[in-house]
Design a protein around this ligand. Structure first.
Ligand SMILES: *[C@@H]1O[C@H](CO)[C@@H](O)[C@H](O)[C@H]1NC(C)=O
Ligand SMILES: *[C@@H]1O[C@H](CO)[C@@H](O)[C@H](O)[C@H]1NC(C)=O
Ligand SMILES: *[C@@H]1O[C@H](CO)[C@@H](O)[C@H](O)[C@H]1NC(C)=O
Length: 333
């Protein structure tokens, strides 16, 4: 698989607005209060975050196969599970049911900026006595020998345990039944495929009320598509909400789906994009943001946790100076 190699080629050729490296955590000009919850050492690319009902975080990294639990108050990190028998990278994590998460494991070579390993999906179940300490029951659900590059995941139907997984290279959506382990490539669509310059398309996904929201890194878009909430069949064409983005990685929606918070990894920005049109707001400048997740919401206020890679360009140039991080933003929802 050449996913990141393709991104590399893309940097060297196509886009005129080449991103410039910025210092990590240049948060002083941010429009929302921000706190660095955890700073990882160099060569740590945090790709995604799970949020447990008890408020503990499950950040995953493509630079390590260790699933850790992070206490956002104390900043202490503890091991939940070592996936090194299945790969060296955890590509994504999402909640499927209350305190049950699915993680995707594969093998990457950061020097080549490529992930060529077999993708496998695992269930991490915290519904055991004493799980505050991070004890979890872990089992393999499925392998994906025919996948291109599995990326973002979202629960389609938590009651039935159905999960959707974006395939960045095939430009489509896989369905995983977490109760049987059955997998199926549901569909591919042009809106989910990359651009002529870069084959890396659909990246982050969220499901809300019969809509599949997705970013497309190659096309620089945020879109949604109507889908069946049980079968995952598509029910229409995609609607593009925003285009012209430099490198949208993932996005998170507010409750009313009025705003999408997009992590633009190439622009080094967290963006707020009104889904019905309007001005895009730069919420923050930070080094290589990869994903965003809500934590506990209090009346009109919410915390948005953002994971970072330390800056994509560092990896492209082999010039890794600062690791990834977890940053918390206070946002009016
Ligand atoms: C490494 O990155 C820093 C800042 O991101 C930059 O100032 C420096 O020139 C880079 N060095 C190389 C060799 O690319
Ligand atoms: C990783 O990629 C680098 C650069 O292409 C290569 O030299 C190295 O052999 C690769 N490592 C493995 C384990 O494949
Ligand atoms: C979806 O797009 C295709 C191709 O552009 C078009 O033929 C079809 O009519 C569209 N469907 C809907 C429901 O708009």
């Amino acid at each position: 698989m050449l996913s990141y190699l393709l991104l590399f080629a893309f940097f060297n050729s196509s886009r005129s607005q080449a991103p410039t490296p910025i210092p990590a955590h240049n948060l002083t000009n941010n429009t929302h209060p921000a706190t660095v919850i955890y700073q990882y050492p160099p060569v740590t690319w945090v790709e995604n975050i799970g949020v447990r009902p008890n408020g503990l975080l499950l950040p995953v990294t493509i630079t390590s196969p260790l699933l850790n639990q992070l206490n956002p108050i104390t900043g202490s990190l503890s091991l939940v599970y070592d996936f090194s028998a299945a790969g060296n990278a955890i590509q994504s994590i999402t909640k499927i049911k209350k305190d049950i998460f699915i993680v995707d494991v594969t093998t990457c070579n950061l020097s080549a900026l490529a992930c060529t390993g077999l993708f496998s999906s695992w269930e991490v179940d915290f519904r055991l006595p004493g799980t505050e300490s991070g004890r979890a029951k872990v089992r393999k659900l499925a392998e994906f020998p025919d996948a291109g590059f599995l990326n973002g995941m979202a629960a389609l139907n938590p009651r039935m345990g159905v999960l959707l997984i974006a395939d960045s290279l095939l430009g489509g959506i896989w369905r995983l039944d977490t109760s049987t382990g059955a997998t199926e490539l549901m569909f591919t669509d042009k809106s989910m495929m990359g651009s002529a310059d870069i084959a890396f398309g659909i990246n982050g996904v969220r499901v809300r009320r019969g809509r599949l929201w997705f970013t497309n890194t190659g096309k620089g878009t945020l879109s949604w598509m109507p889908i069946d909430p049980v079968t995952a069949q598509r029910r229409g064409n995609a609607t593009v909400v925003a285009d012209g983005l430099l490198g949208p990685d993932d996005s998170e929606l507010d409750d009313a789906e009025r705003n999408a918070y997009v992590t633009d990894i190439f622009a080094n920005q967290l963006l707020r994009i009104p889904t019905e049109g309007g001005d895009v707001e730069v919420v923050a400048e930070l080094a290589g943001p990869t994903s965003a997740r809500w934590a506990t919401c209090r009346r009109g206020k919410a915390n948005l946790y953002v994971s970072t890679s330390g800056g994509f360009l560092q990896y492209v140039q082999g010039n890794v100076t600062v690791g990834g991080s977890i940053v918390r933003f206070d946002v009016n929802s």
